[in-house]
Design a protein around this ligand. Sequence first.
Ligand SMILES: [Zn+2]
Length: 432
Amino acid sequence: MSSVFSQAETMSRKEIEVIQLLKLKKEIDYCIANNAEYGKRLGEAGVTSDKIKDISDIKYLPFITKKDMHSTYPFGFFGQPMNKIVRIHASSGTTGKPTVIGYTQRDLDDWAECMARLCFAGGARESDIFQICFGYGLFTGALGLHYALEKIGATVIPSSSGNTEKQMMLMQDFGTTGLVSTPSYAEYIGELAREQGITENLKLRLGLLGSEGCTPEMRNHIESALHIFVTDNYGMSELGGPGVSGECEERDGMHINEDFYLCEIIDPITGEVLPEGSQGELVVTTLAKEGFPMLRYRTGDITKLVKEPCKCGRTFARMDKIKGRSDDMLKIRGVNVFPSQIESVLMTYPQIAPHYQLVVTRKNYSDRLEVRVEISDVSLLENFAKLEELQENIKSKLKTILGIDTAVSLVEPKTLERFQGKAKRILDLRNQ
Ligand SMILES: [Zn+2]
């Protein structure tokens, strides 16, 4: 039995690059011929496909940002008129109007192919029964996984989100073996199953979790609560939804569908392309999209790429789990620091609560980063020596991870601000 869904996943690096170059040139021609916005942008930049002799020549193309999506709302980047568009999805924008994505029939077929490869890499097989607990609707996640799992030949239960009691009933009665959900929903299901004492009745073996971040600690927790094997996958509405990349069973980075997506890593501040192996902002170009082609979309996500072949036999490059958003990145004394790095250190201490704040100040032209974190173990307050020991321990762990010195302040329980929506943990006072 083949261990890959498509033979394309084992092409040599040379073959991948030849295909990427051909497809990139074709996609540029396509965009100029079919979309006025691209015609204008590429005209201004003086780029046609003739200028692209090598895939690195992609650097001549201008970036597309989230802002450009807003200014061209709703159909400004569509590559086909509505009579060729067979489906529309939209992202839930945090502010104002959503981003609207159109798909031709071929786009839908390609999407199913890309996502099927990733589901298969994560262990999904024909014999599986998958319950999709993502909300169906404008969101790309549910239907993205739905068609891919059907393409593999697995059985799909489109149970959608919510009504957890019913989800648990179906899971037991139908013998569900695979779960598609967010990590936090999987965690909730695990908790309920334990409370109801039905964990042993479940036949679950796989979790294809996505659409929000999942730390290794959280993954371990879900795996042991539900007795499943969990993989992560990556995508976003602007790029057609999930299907850009996903983990194989080695879980050593997410394999990118390189014959459909060309990925670059840039410096989020200068926009310069960074050398192979560097950490920076992910920029993605679609290589075969008709309905919503994207040339050099700035994802805002921070990661790095690895091109060495994986133990699983796939040759497609891998990207690391997302380190954070470029908007959240802090530059401290010239070093890039992501709140997620700090969070991962803090999470390893049971004596402190997951509430923290990062305060940046500048004195004598030097930056100072203070990590304020609440303790959860109140008995520590009476033992100064222990408190100090904990503080030093956190400080030295942060230094190992970040490469810079930080100040650590342990504060009393419930003294830091709580957030209803997206947490605002950074207080940058350097310009005051
Ligand atoms: Zn692999």
